[in-house]
Write a protein that binds this ligand. Structure first.
Ligand code: RP5
Length: 166
């Protein structure tokens, strides 16, 4: 299947976080491609990848980086595809730096910035599915099921606490 979501990350050390995106896309059976493209260490390789993304059939790009996290912003600068940013908690500042670097984009170049770390990566996957579901009935139905499942899981947590006699 031709990939519709591109996942980029600043380093292979970001993979444990970005795997959470992969889990969601696999769960929803959405095709993706994934690679390491650094905004700072390989700016030309990154620009080439992003500039060709739309013509290669990608519909969304999810970019994760840590520290001075410019990858999502640079990606958004080079394409008109929607870009979702995942700030990664890899630096001594625990991702607060990545969050600010990813979210504080100048007017005209938006990055849909998720929360820091693994939760943000999961939400990046879900958000991508939500965008794709605008023109895909099957995905839209699966999202309804996903939300219903979340609701069931909360009731289950509540039941477990009651059983423990807290
Ligand atoms: C960032 O620097 C990467 O996104 C990563 O989060 C961080 C550390 O990279 P490595 O030194 O592990 O390659 O650019």
């Amino acid at each position: 299947m031709k990939p519709v979501v591109g996942i980029v990350m600043g380093s292979d050390s970001d993979l444990p976080v970005m795997q959470e995106v992969v889990k969601v896309l696999k769960q929803f059976e959405v095709s993706y491609e994934i690679g390491v493209y650094s905004a700072h260490r390989s700016p030309h390789r990154t620009a080439e990848y992003v500039r060709s993304a739309r013509d290669r059939g990608l519909k969304i790009i999810i970019a994760g980086a840590g520290g001075a996290a410019h990858l999502a912003g640079v990606t958004a600068a080079e394409t008109t595809l929607p870009v979702i940013g995942v700030p990664i908690d890899s630096s001594p500042l625990s991702g607060f730096d990545s969050l600010l670097a990813t979210v504080q984009m100048p007017p005209g170049v938006p990055v849909a910035t998720m929360g820091v770390g693994k939760s943000g990566a999961t939400n990046a996957g879900i958000f991508a599915i939500e965008v794709l579901a605008l023109s895909d009935e099957n995905l839209a139905k699966r999202l309804v099921d996903y939300k219903a499942q979340l609701e069931v899981s909360v009731a289950e947590k509540s039941r477990k606490i009651s059983e423990q006699g807290v």
